[in-house]
Design a protein around this ligand. Structure first.
Ligand SMILES: [Fe+2]
Ligand SMILES: [Fe+2]
Length: 399
């Protein structure tokens, strides 16, 4: 039985004040997360960020967060253009720029809990599972819960976009080839625009913003501190952006809200280029230039982070505000885990991520059994970012 399970079943948990019980459950949950990481080197690498993100909850403070970056800025005085695929992506990115202020119809009215144009499908969450814990929601209450879930998701997208803005600026400094720097400069402005649209949508249409999720904070913190250019690429361009692209594509497919569809369509086209950039930049480096020891470190890191991201985005911020007095944290985790919408999200996200890991050479025979063990190997033969563009993703041709 897990640490959280042992605590929940103990007599002590029954007599503690609710706030203390919740804190103990949360810490137990985090310890379970760390115990689930099997590779000691990955634990060691992530530990300082996990301390800041999970236990000190630095992302929840009112004050700005300062993270120490330690990368080297790479100058190339020859300005050699020797990466034609990245040069082509740079030209494409310049042609496809758009203006978040004028190319989106912000005059559209959004009614978050109206049955017209629902933000998320009604069967997105497992209502029966919730009812089994004594939480019976009427149809309007269900629509409000779906509004909270969508607001939570978009808030995490927004915070992820801020991570992408700063990471893409760092990557532009550290990447050792000029074509990559040129392309990276376009990504920086793309990410600023994404922050603009998600923040405006949340602020003026949904009227609510959630804190950054502790697990997302931990991953961003870890990438900001890592000085190696390829790890920033792997973490941000392949893992975070790859998963976000899957999430955006699925949300575009299931939401009926016209303004959200409009802005997601635009963002998806940009994000498809970003992931393409990550795959192009890492493919040769990982398959031709790294030593076996260096590549093995990346293989293990990518696998553990993939599993963490699959298992840890469980909307705890909603749980703590709305449902903590009705059910334990472990019951909430199971409820979210079993919800049809979340399982669709996981499936779409990993169908986008895993083929990219294959493409950059991180799904070797050594690590493949790990993916099989956790049920992610089935996505191995999907299409990578190199053969997918924004149109494929918004028109559902990505499978
Ligand atoms: Fe973005
Ligand atoms: Fe991006």
């Amino acid at each position: 039985m897990s640490i959280v399970g042992l605590f929940e079943n103990s007599a002590v948990s029954k007599i503690l004040p609710s706030s203390v019980r919740q804190t103990v459950e949360r810490w137990g949950d985090h310890v379970n997360v760390l115990l689930a990481v099997r590779n000691p080197a990955v634990i060691q690498q992530m530990a300082p960020s996990a301390m800041r993100g999970l236990f000190l909850r630095q992302g929840r403070r009112e004050a700005p967060t300062l993270m120490q970056a330690s990368h080297q800025a790479h100058f190339d005085w020859s300005y050699r253009s020797d990466f034609p695929e990245l040069q082509a992506l740079y030209q494409k990115a310049k042609r496809m720029q758009w203006n978040a202020a004028t190319d989106i119809d912000w005059s559209l009215n959004v009614e978050p809990v109206s049955p017209e144009n629902p933000l998320l499908p009604q069967d997105f969450l497992a209502w029966d599972d919730l009812a089994s814990h004594g939480v019976h929601l009427s149809p309007p209450e269900q629509r409000r819960a779906l509004y909270l879930v969508l607001t939570w998701m978009l808030s995490q997208f927004l915070h992820g976009e801020q991570g992408a803005l700063l990471a893409s600026a760092q990557v532009t400094e550290t990447v050792p080839f000029t074509d990559g720097k040129f392309y990276g400069a376009t990504q920086v402005v793309d990410e600023a625009r994404h922050i603009e649209v998600f923040h405006r949508y949340l602020d003026t249409k949904l009227n609510r913003l959630y804190n950054i999720n502790d697990n997302l904070f931990t991953i961003i913190d870890s990438l900001m501190h890592d000085g190696r250019w390829d790890m920033k690429f792997l973490g941000m361009q392949i893992m975070v952006e790859g998963l976000a692209l899957g999430a955006f594509s699925l949300l575009y497919k299931v939401t009926k809200e016209p303004l959200l569809r409009q802005l997601l369509r635009r963002v998806i086209h940009d994000e498809a280029r970003h992931v393409n950039y990550g795959v192009l930049a890492l493919r040769d480096f990982y398959t031709k230039q790294l030593t076996d020891k260096e590549r093995i470190e990346r293989e293990d890191w990518a696998f553990e982070v993939a599993v963490l991201m699959r298992d840890r985005f469980l909307a705890h911020e909603i749980y703590e505000e709305e449902f903590a007095s009705h059910m334990t944290r472990r019951q909430w985790n199971q409820f979210v885990d079993r919800s049809p919408g979340m399982s669709m999200f996981r499936s779409t996200m990993f169908s986008r991520l895993v083929p990219n890991l294959r493409e950059i050479g991180l799904l070797t025979e050594r690590v493949l059994p790990h993916y099989e063990r956790v049920g992610l190997a089935k996505y191995m033969n999907g299409r990578s970012a190199l053969t997918l563009d924004g149109d494929d993703l918004v028109e559902g041709r990505a499978a």
